[in-house]
Design a binder for this molecule. Structure first.
Ligand SMILES: CC(C)(COP(=O)(O)OP(=O)(O)OC[C@H]1O[C@@H](n2cnc3c(N)ncnc32)[C@H](O)[C@@H]1OP(=O)(O)O)[C@@H](O)C(=O)NCCC(=O)NCCS
Length: 158
């Protein structure tokens, strides 16, 4: 696990394109360019097996993308914990993120890691598709991707 460095930008850009179908990520009406953001990489034998990007504003850290290229082996958990640790260092009081209604695995994953649901925006993905036409119409488990959900984890000072 290490922080993304400038020399990683091309690799990160390629991964984001491969994993998310475009160089952009859209949430709550905002367009992000993950390859230009700070974040963390998990590597195993010189291969990237995990990637998290984030941005910060006010007292929030927002996780923009999180991907485990090998699932169910603790990669996602270690990425979240690295982000939480960094958020504390930066003096943030909350870590937030947005996901979509089809992403049942992520909803389970985040809630098991202390995140609470804070908002549901029915049909928000219709607007997101105007900003990022690459968003597919059908997502995980054959569920139509229609709504955005926000989750937040409050950080207690240590
Ligand atoms: C969400 C995500 C990052 C989680 O990463 P991960 O490395 O699989 O997570 P972990 O291994 O740390 O934990 C996954 C949980 O599922 C369990 N699990 C077991 N087998 C699994 C499998 N084949 N796939 C996924 N999870 C599995 C783990 O035991 C763990 O259970 P717990 O919550 O009870 O502890 C990953 O599923 C992912 O990359 N999803 C695609 C991208 C995505 O949707 N990102 C979120 C966008 S908002």
């Amino acid at each position: 696990m290490r922080a993304i460095e400038e020399a990683d930008r091309i690799v990160v850009g390629r991964l984001v394109l491969e994993l998310w179908g475009a160089h952009t990520s859209v949430a709550h009406g905002q367009v992000f360019f993950p390859a230009s953001l700070p974040g963390f990489l998990v590597e195993q034998q010189n291969q990237v097996i995990g990637l998290l990007t984030y941005t910060t504003y006010d007292s929030f850290m927002e996780i923009v993308t999180i991907d485990a290229l090998r699932r169910g082996r603790g990669v996602g958990t270690s990425l979240v914990e690295a982000a939480v640790h960094r958020a504390r260092q930066l003096g943030c009081s909350r870590v937030r993120l947005t996901t979509t209604n089809d992403n049942l695995d992520a909803l389970r994953f985040y809630q098991r890691r202390g995140f609470r649901l804070t908002a549901l925006r029915p049909d928000a993905v219709r607007e997101a598709r105007r900003l990022k036409p690459e968003i597919p119409s059908v997502g995980d488990y054959g569920i139509h991707i229609t709504d955005e959900l926000d989750l937040e984890r409050w950080l207690t000072p240590r």
